[in-house]
Design a protein around this ligand. Structure first.
Ligand SMILES: Nc1ncnc2c1ncn2[C@@H]1O[C@H](COP(=O)(O)OP(=O)(O)O)[C@@H](O)[C@H]1O
Ligand SMILES: CCCC(=O)OP(=O)(O)O
Length: 355
């Protein structure tokens, strides 16, 4: 009998779940959550029991008995910065996930995995959480000592796509130089240098290109004026930059599909804002190329927005001079989680300990 692994990826508007028997997918589900459902909860951590119930019901509907599981693995959250790899969920990690100062649905990943693993009598893991930190020291200095740059990004999918591309191209990831742009609700552009992500923007709060619901880098003095205008609370502004900025702030939607529909109907503002997002992503790719001294073998575009041909065409036109642009639409996160659990179950990799 093979190993059965449950992988859980909680996002801001969905919970993605996959069940695998070894490398064979048995179930791949996206449980969508409407804005109304989500807005019932004051804090993301309050959604834990509700999301666990949804996952367990979905498994019951498939007549799957969780006692058959060999392991559960979740997308890790905004814990302390750690090196890439697979980690067993321990009590210290559970505490840090529950009390994470930065709010994002990914904080639920390790907790959901731990709770379901406990019910199944197996171990829980996370892999390559958004706090993976391999950044060169030179990239950390921001110009204000009290505000260092820190990596918060789509580490799991960035690594998975980079490895997938290297495999297809016949390259070794640890010997390759790549730029990966993950374009989802947030956007991260990373410089992968011989197996290490040496520079990347903070995709969550206030660094890099603006994104469907993120503000990205903002002119500092303008932001300070807004902070002291008396019009907003600290919480409102923090929420604005991490979940109500970007396309949401300008166009009232986080959906690039909807923006495209409006452009097709002749909406010039939508056209200008989307073009600006593409322009800013292209500039960030240019910056990543400098971080790699121009030695770039490929630029990989991934995430939901990479399905969008005009966006891809814009970036190709502006960045194609750096290296060939390859497209991996969507994300490979569930499969990447399952593979990380399988190598642990098979004893090929020893899970790291979160301290
Ligand atoms: N087929 C598609 N064509 C164009 N845009 C898409 C497509 N699928 C998803 N998107 C856009 O991708 C964005 C979400 O990306 P995704 O990677 O799913 O986000 P998340 O960060 O929530 O995982 C949304 O703006 C969505 O409209
Ligand atoms: C928490 C950083 C990763 C991120 O931004 O994820 P989403 O784009 O899925 O919100």
């Amino acid at each position: 009998m093979g190993y059965k692994v449950l992988a859980i990826n909680p996002g801001s508007t969905s919970t993605k779940v996959a069940l695998y028997d070894e490398e064979r997918p048995l179930l791949d589900l996206t449980l969508r959550h409407s804005t109304e459902e989500i807005s019932r909860f004051a804090d993301v951590i309050d959604q834990l029991d509700w999301r666990r119930g949804l996952i367990l019901s979905a498994l019951r509907e498939q007549s799957f008995n969780i006692k058959e599981l060999s392991a559960v693995i979740g997308r890790g959250g905004l814990i302390r910065p750690i090196p890439a790899g697979v980690y067993e969920v321990n009590s210290r990690m559970r505490y840090d996930l529950r009390n994470a100062p930065m709010k994002h649905a990914c904080n639920l990943g390790g907790l959901l995995a731990a709770q379901i693993a406990h019910m199944a009598g197996v171990k829980a893991y996370i892999a390559d959480p958004p706090v993976v930190d391999e950044m060169d020291d030179v990239a950390r200095i921001s110009g204000m000592p009290m505000c260092p740059r820190k990596p918060i990004f789509h580490a799991l999918n960035q690594k998975a796509i980079a490895r997938l591309h290297c495999g297809r191209a016949g390259w070794t990831y640890e010997e390759s130089n790549l730029i990966v742009a993950h374009m989802g609700g947030g956007i991260s552009v990373a410089a992968h240098k011989q197996g290490r992500i040496v520079d990347v923007n903070n995709a969550l709060d206030g660094d890099g290109p603006f994104a469907p619901d993120r503000a990205g880098s903002i002119p500092s003095s303008e932001l300070i004026k807004v902070c002291f205008s008396g019009q907003y609370t600290k919480e409102e502004l923090l929420k604005f930059i991490s979940s109500k900025g970007g396309l949401v702030a300008y166009l009232g939607t986080n959906s690039v599909i909807q923006v495209m529909e409006r452009i097709a109907e002749g909406d010039q503002r939508a056209k200008k804002v989307l073009e600006s997002m593409c322009y800013n992503i292209s500039k960030q790719i240019g910056a990543a190329a400098a971080a790699l001294s121009g030695k770039v073998q490929a630029i990989l575009l991934t995430g939901g927005i990479a399905y969008n041909e005009p966006v891809v065409a814009y970036i190709r036109e502006h960045c194609g001079f750096i290296a060939p642009v390859e497209v991996y639409p969507g994300e490979n996160e569930l499969e990447a989680l399952v593979i990380n659990a399988l190598v642990v179950l098979r004893g090929t990799v020893t899970p790291k300990v979160y301290k």
